[in-house]
Design a protein around this ligand. Sequence first.
Ligand code: DAH
Length: 342
Amino acid sequence: MKEQLKIVKKEFEALNITSLDELEKVRISYLGKKGKITELLSELKNVSKDSVKELGSLINELKREITEKLDNQKKQLEEEKLNSLLDSEKIDITLNGTFRKIGSPNPIEKVILELEEVFISLGFTVVEGPEVECDLYNFEMLNLPIGHPARDEQDTFYITDSMLLRSQTSPVQIRTMLANKDKTPIRVVCPGKTYRRDNDDASHSHQFTQMEGLLVDENISLAHLKGTMDLVVKRLFGNVESRFRPSFYPFTEPSVELDISCFRCGGKGCELCKNTGWITVAGAGMVHPNVLTGCGYDTTKYNGFAFGFGLDRLTMLKYGIGDIRVLYTNDLRTDEFSRRDN
Ligand code: DAH
């Protein structure tokens, strides 16, 4: 039995354990229920009474030795494992981060948001309408019956005889009036894309963007329109003057063009304002009685004003962009811009 003990001890000491899995297997094969030490202990019952004590303590000593060594080795292996994990998962926080291309808003979008903010502060709400529109709303109910010469100015993409890509955001006026007959006053602005069959060049695009506005209430005058427009352009362009010039739109009477004094030269005349000192930014006017009546409004009680900003032009002026097509294509320098803007 002493021989057996020596063999087990030698065998154990010769082991070279390199992993925690291996260590667990060794532990079971020596200290487990059917392990070598356990077996030796159970063999004690066959040993003579005289030697039981001595052998028993020798086995227990070996058991303690093995347990201790395995415990120490386990600790060491666990530490090594942790260190190698720490090494392999190390993050070098001094390295440059990965720059994400997050892009930046289209300048038209920025102008829309700015205008919306001003109008919301004046009690307007923002509404939207469909880009595929019916002739009835895009023209007819805006006092532009079939054959009206003013239709020619808006060379339109027709889808069928009665459906088209809206050539202006004005049909949203009709939609809003029809949907809100009992909810005056109406105060809405509507930004959106519009389409005309234009030859694309630096100042024309088949797609462009407008912001429509409509107010319907009692006792509204041109002075309300002028005051509103003056406030809006001052918020947008700073300290500029505004003026109305007579104009013609079938859905307003009277109709005006809204000009602002040139924000670059202060009205003295420069390249931007083509030496006139003024820049046109919107069409506007008092809602034509035919439009109100057509939508079921009693014109002895209600009237209102409407306006339409051409946002492409406004954006180009504000940001000094010379070519409208730039607004509708990608700008590969957006990385640079996004760093600055966001
Ligand atoms: N819809 C007009 C256009 O596209 C712009 C416009 C002018 C809108 C006068 C209006 C308005 O609401 O009152 O040329």
